[in-house]
Ligand binder design. Structure first.
Ligand code: SF4
Ligand code: SF4
Length: 124
């Protein structure tokens, strides 16, 4: 479940507000994202994946209120750790090299390229 928006890191880009499928966040008056409907969180990690500055922490415990400490999470480098474990790079540019979905997309592209090559008639 979503536990933390770190206001020191948040740049108010509203990406988490837009990507959350459960409308958990509101954009605060100061631009900082606010966890407005925490109990609606489905622990999908999308907000953590897309936050460009690793300002969010989603606990893997979906059902319980995980009492986490922001300073401890920062010390242990756990803010944005799901993102890094999935192979997304800092700033989220450059892709998802450890994400199985991305691997399947690449394989599918290779398969389609091969099928096209087989269907192409040889030049006379
Ligand atoms: S983990 Fe998913 S449902 Fe929960 S706040 Fe983030 S994007 Fe929304
Ligand atoms: S995606 Fe990250 S930086 Fe952007 S508003 Fe949400 S918490 Fe703040």
């Amino acid at each position: 479940m979503i536990e933390i928006v770190n206001s020191d890191r948040c740049i108010g880009c509203d990406i988490c507000v837009k990507v959350c499928p459960r409308d958990v966040f509101d954009s605060g008056d100061d631009g900082i994202a606010v966890i407005a409907r925490k109990s609606d969180c489905q622990t999908c990690f999308l907000c953590e994946l897309y936050c460009p500055v690793d300002a969010l922490y989603v606990s893997p415990y979906a059902e319980l209120d995980d009492k986490v400490d922001t300073e401890q999470l920062i010390t242990q480098n756990l803010l944005g750790s799901y993102t890094r474990n999935m192979g997304w790079h800092h700033g989220k540019m450059g892709g998802t090299d450890k994400d199985p979905t991305q691997q399947l997309r690449i394989l599918n592209r290779v398969r389609q390229d091969n099928a096209r090559l087989i269907d192409t008639p040889l030049a006379e």
